[in-house]
Design a protein around this ligand. Structure first.
Ligand code: BJW
Length: 225
């Protein structure tokens, strides 16, 4: 067992106070995802979208990593082989917990992106509608996150890691959003042992070799050992 690939979702940050999307009371019960997580929603109402992300940016800045983030960072430090963390989360809590080289497939709250020229820079705590891009000066700044209909970041690199994985773990993700939901199948086809760590078995649970149910702050440190 040499190469470990770990996919994380909102559930790993739930106990740090960051909301999940699809659980009871989750973000998609408070906002329509078409309004705040699509390019079309941003074109229709940029103020609503900036407000949605400003609130979450402030919350993430105040949040602290929990035992699950810290256990994964420890695994990265102590495992003799590779441990790659691919996260769908935009909150930066893996790095705050000590992880390195985290692959942010859905972008980061800390980043701003110019929708016109593609330039990226550090987002201010509060982004305003029409904020100018430092490169092209156009008023098209948006959060550097991946919305529905957009292609997630680092897909070639992730695909190579999955093809070389000996162990694949999915932590705190409902498995309802692609392409991340298909990673377990790619890793299994490459011969990896697959394990799901989640509060309760997800919709994809039958596709994993092993299930560990419970809150991430307990099951992840137990799994890491
Ligand atoms: C705990 C816990 C605790 C709670 N401890 N666990 C039809 C079929 C197939 C695909 C499609 C389709 N129609 C459209 C698509 C594509 C679409 C898609 O998947 N749609 C589905 C809705 C069907 N996907 C896309 O558009 C993606 N792009 C794409 O496919 O491009 C094409 C392409 C790809 C690759 C190569 C070439 C081309 C882009 C998806 C972008 C998703 N963006 C968001 C927003 C990001 C920014 C932001 O944060 O605001 O990403 S949406 C949202 O969902 C966010 C999350 O990262 C993502 C996944 O959510 P996650 O993390 O799983 O959270 P939840 O809430 O769903 O689950 C939490 C889990 O934790 C639960 O299971 C709980 O039980 C558990 N939990 N507390 C442990 N304490």
């Amino acid at each position: 067992m040499k190469n470990i690939v770990i996919l994380t979702g909102a559930g790993i940050s739930a106990e740090s106070g960051m909301g999940t999307f699809r659980d009871e009371g989750g973000l998609w019960t408070q906002y329509a995802l078409e309004d705040v997580a699509t390019p079309e929603g941003f074109a229709r109402n940029p103020a609503l979208v900036q407000e949605f992300y400003n609130i979450r940016r402030v919350k993430a800045a105040a949040a602290r990593p929990n035992e699950a983030h810290e256990a994964l960072a420890r695994l990265q430090r102590e495992w003799p082989g590779r441990v790659d963390i691919v996260t769908q989360n935009v909150d930066g809590l893996h790095e705050a917990g000590g992880a390195r080289d985290v692959i942010h497939m859905h972008g980061e709250l800390a980043g701003a992106l110019c929708a016109a020229c593609g330039h990226r820079w550090e987002a201010p705590a509060e982004m305003a509608v029409g904020e100018p891009c430092p490169a092209c000066k156009g008023p098209h700044a948006r959060p550097d996150v991946v919305w529905f209909g957009e292609i997630p970041y680092h897909m070639d690199r992730i695909s190579d890691l999955l093809d070389a994985a000996d162990l694949f773990a999915a932590i705190g993700t409902s498995g309802q959003v692609y392409p991340a939901a298909a990673f377990v199948h790619q890793a299994a086809a490459a011969g990896a042992h697959t394990v799901e760590l989640n509060l309760e078995p997800s919709e994809l649970a039958s596709g994993f070799d092993e299930l560990r149910s419970g809150p991430a702050s307990r099951v992840v440190p137990d799994w890491v050992g």
